[in-house]
Design a protein around this ligand. Sequence first.
Ligand SMILES: [Mg+2]
Length: 173
Amino acid sequence: MTIAPTTHPAVFLDRDGVLITDSGYPHLEEHLVLIPGAAEAVRRLNALGYLVVIVTNQSGVARGLFSIEQMEAFNTLLVRRLMAKGARIGAVYACPFHSESDDPRWFHPDHPDRKPNPGMILRAVADHDIDPSRSFLIGDRQSDLEAARRAGMPGFLFEGGNLDHFVRDLLGA
Ligand SMILES: [Mg+2]
């Protein structure tokens, strides 16, 4: 017999300006400042059965501001900081590429992962059996919302304040 694969609803969150303060290419522990309500918002989404996935452009790597290893360590620190508050991040996707990089490893004229392209979202959907029709994105830039649109899901603009209040109002729950 064939068993249909289980698919999960997911919420895609931008990192800088949504989960943490966007201080301009944050990459060191002292730059890690959670947005008010960030952990509570992720906990709320976890409780409602959403897989929470971070999708973040990190052109600081391509611009030579920090290394890919520093970027990954910072993302791990963020995931642990949230987990310590009971907030579970299911996966992190980061795009280090940029069209103005002098470093051939990170140069790309228009990388499919770099938002507004939907590559990170589409890969997450495939990697984690996500149902796009039950999923959405929260970002603080139009390029985030455009990536969601290209991935076939709604995107909502977070313009600051308390992320948990924003999520609560969005879900009406
Ligand atoms: Mg942002």
